[in-house]
Design a protein around this ligand. Sequence first.
Ligand SMILES: [Zn+2]
Length: 233
Amino acid sequence: MVAMHKSDPTAIGVDLGEYNLYTACPVKMPDWKGAYTISGDDLCVQLDALREQTAALLGSEYDRDTIVAYVKDRRVALIEAIDAAARELCEYASAYEHPVLVTEDSHFKPDLWAWVTDPDAHRGTSWLLPIAHRRLRTIAAEYSIEVTTVPEEFSSQECHVCGVLGERPLNKTFRCTNPDCHVDGVYADHNAAKVLAQRYYPGQQCAYRPSRPTSPDDRPAVLADGGIAENNG
Ligand SMILES: [Zn+2]
């Protein structure tokens, strides 16, 4: 089933986010300016609107089954939009020889119902990012593009040039704190995508070592079942 390639793989880091749904950066690009982004703005607006609409429906005379059906219907449209974004990304990646999409390992399960009904739910982690990750894998398979994951630790803080942990003073931009490094004011998503691409290769690890390793127990449940929660609505 898997196509055989004679060329060395080209790792393309893919950072997932709300502002930029997908940010892709191949490891061989000279710097972050070569990154390719697909906006998540429209999806976020739709998700916010769906949450408001659902709250209004739950406070109305509609029965729960009708409201659940409504949310499922909206979910189909949202996934169509995500699939279109994933296809755009795969078209971009297809221009490279033997592309391998490298994403961070995701520990969240997509649960749209939680987003629309739980006031504490986070828009990105409750549904958008895990479903965007899953749909990317599905669409990439249609293109025969391999998708792999690397550890996510500090990938959004590590400098893509020197490996030191930097700052995000304006959140969307990244600044390295290493006085010997020139990285300043680059887009944080681009930096993260490049870091992910580099982690595909052995020995490309973050220069920073936390004093206490992150315990797996501190994390949400690992997505190991293909998404039971999502299938339940
Ligand atoms: Zn640096």
